[in-house]
Design a protein around this ligand. Sequence first.
Ligand code: SF4
Length: 345
Amino acid sequence: MDLIQFQRLFDKEPGYRLEQAKKALFHDLIQNWQTAKTLPLSLREELNKKWPIEIPAKTFISKDRNTTKALLTLKDDLKIETVLMRHKPRSRASSLQGRDKRNTICVSSQVGCPLNCSFCATGKMGFERNLEVWEIVEQVLFFARYLKKIKEKVTNIVFMGMGEPFLNYQNVLGAIRILNDKEGFNLGARHFSISTVGIVEGIEKLAKEKLQINLAISLHAPNDELRSKLMPINKKYPIKKILNAVDDYIKKTRRRVMFEYIMIKNVNDSEEHAKTLVRLMKKPLYFVNLISYNFTGIFKSSPASRIKKFKEILEKEGVTVTQRYRFGEGIEAACGQLVAKDGRK
Ligand code: SF4
């Protein structure tokens, strides 16, 4: 299913019908064409037959209720996972005013992943195929419908789920265009983030797009030797090559770039690692996001005290650092844990 196929169904209809259908789909968030009352019955029946919009999925909710994982079944019966993270308002005042209320969807771009990073469960399941544009959009629609029931909205979309987004560049950008389009889902470009292992061609292409979306680099190690052990793709795209592409991206876009760093106990979390990282990250518009590692079988998470020390070293040297709150523990929905197995709790 794609949008062109969808638009063709309106070839013989008056011009405004397509607009009405898009409004029902992206704004009213209908689950079935039968409920699109602005459309004539015959058209609703035809749409239900030729372009159904039900999204088969199973959901799993974390104990603290901040994270929901959806296991979506695709038309060829393959499965992907998508995660909703509900961020709590930072203060009671902002809670009362409805400020700071963020609902972030972590979207998958591939079924599995070919890159086999050693700390990642998705990499272990191998690679099946790229997702189509509509399969990416559906992940967001699924949670937009889910949130509508509690009168909330999707506020952010991050491409940090299964797969490497820049290995499916065309379809990821195609989905972002629909989700950003005023006649589509209408979410502002600044609310999208793409996280890449550092596929240089993708960074170069993104720099030329006229879209103000955010770029994040999964760095996870401060030197090539360690990074190649953790992420085999580093042999093709070593750190220097990635940073050159990022510098060029920043020159063209004037946008900040986030470097994600998963803290793995006794692997990449020493004071020496922090000092080496400082040398790479001390640049304007660079910032580091430290992420607690989520257990996937091989490594352990760095203790909180080690993360604190690591952060202090970076900050003392003038590097901007943020720390990511843990989401999705207990339902295997956290960063690096998505594997699309059925029936897990
Ligand atoms: S961390 Fe990302 S790029 Fe690496 S194997 Fe997992 S999904 Fe693929």
